[in-house]
Write a protein that binds this ligand. Structure first.
Ligand SMILES: Nc1ncnc2c1ncn2[C@@H]1O[C@H](COP(=O)(O)OP(=O)(O)O)[C@@H](O)[C@H]1O
Ligand SMILES: [Mg+2]
Length: 254
């Protein structure tokens, strides 16, 4: 059974712009999927719609057998860990507390206001920090860490949620090339070892080719490619990156 099933999902923003044409996709458990496309292709729109941060204009989404509705949202979201380009940590809080907030998805809302954590939460957070190699930074302020370390904290927070899938929206766009490789490697390792599906959006072709099991190519809100990296020919790449302006040439070069 697919983990996520999106059926004829589209997104038209309030300014009437159709950012995502009707799209049908399934995401399988344990698969490392890359959403590839130039800036403005609709990658964030697609990821944000899958976890309910954006309401789709048409269609329906099923997560782990349950249709996403306002009522089921909290429960479904608990199964989806999010990782962001800008890490989205609380900088003034220490690393441990940032990771612990991942545990709150399975709680009543008021415990999150009080930052009430159980022994089990701490065990889970310690495990997650160990998993991303940051045990020694647990009590440092999050904003004192390097970009790569902050992204590791972001991944640990997602892990503490015990998700079935991690959606990572441009997880390496703010990082240098070496750190980007490390973070992609970590996500792949987590996908393989913890059996968590990963759906990561990227604009860099080389990283997609190296790390993905499956590449979904988006262009102007439409899926134009959906296959393994080895099937992504240079002609097909042109289709994915086709744009009226010149920027895509630069993006492809990175
Ligand atoms: N809230 C919004 N209102 C109107 N248009 C938007 C909004 N968010 C994104 N868009 C537009 O939708 C398109 C896709 O955006 P996005 O999903 O952010 O693309 P990507 O993540 O691939 O760069 C872009 O043209 C963008 O300008
Ligand atoms: Mg984006």
């Amino acid at each position: 059974m697919p983990l996520i099933h999106i059926e004829q999902i589209s997104k038209r923003y309030s300014n009437n712009f159709l950012a995502l044409h009707p799209t049908t996709l399934t995401i399988d458990p344990c698969c490392f999927t890359v959403i590839l496309g130039p800036s403005g292709a609709g990658k964030s729109t697609l990821l944000r719609t899958i976890n309910g941060l954006e309401q789709p204009s048409t269609g329906k989404i099923t997560v782990d057998g349950r249709q996403l509705t306002p009522d089921s949202m909290q429960r479904s979201r608990a199964k989806i860990g999010m990782v962001f380009q800008q890490f989205n940590l609380v900088g003034r809080l220490n690393v441990m507390t940032n990771v612990l907030t991942g545990c709150l998805y399975h709680r009543p809302w008021y415990t999150s206001l009080l930052y009430l954590f159980t022994k089990k939460d701490y065990e889970l957070a310690h495990w997650a920090l160990d998993r991303v190699g940051l045990t020694d930074k647990a009590w440092e302020r999050a904003d004192q860490l390097s970009g790569g370390q902050q992204q590791r904290v972001g991944i640990a927070r997602a892990l503490a949620q015990r998700p079935k899938v991690i959606l990572a929206d441009e997880p390496v766009a703010s990082l240098d090339p070496v750190t980007s490789e490390e973070i992609m490697g970590l996500l792949l390792e987590i996908c393989r070892n913890e059996q968590i599906a990963v759906v990561a959006s990227l604009h860099q072709v080389n990283l997609a080719m190296r790390f993905a099991d499956r590449i979904i190519g988006l262009n102007q809100g439409q899926v134009v490619f959906d296959d393994t990296p080895s099937a992504l020919s240079s002609d097909m790449l042109q289709t994915v990156y086709q744009r009226e302006d010149e920027n895509f040439q630069m993006e492809m070069a990175h």
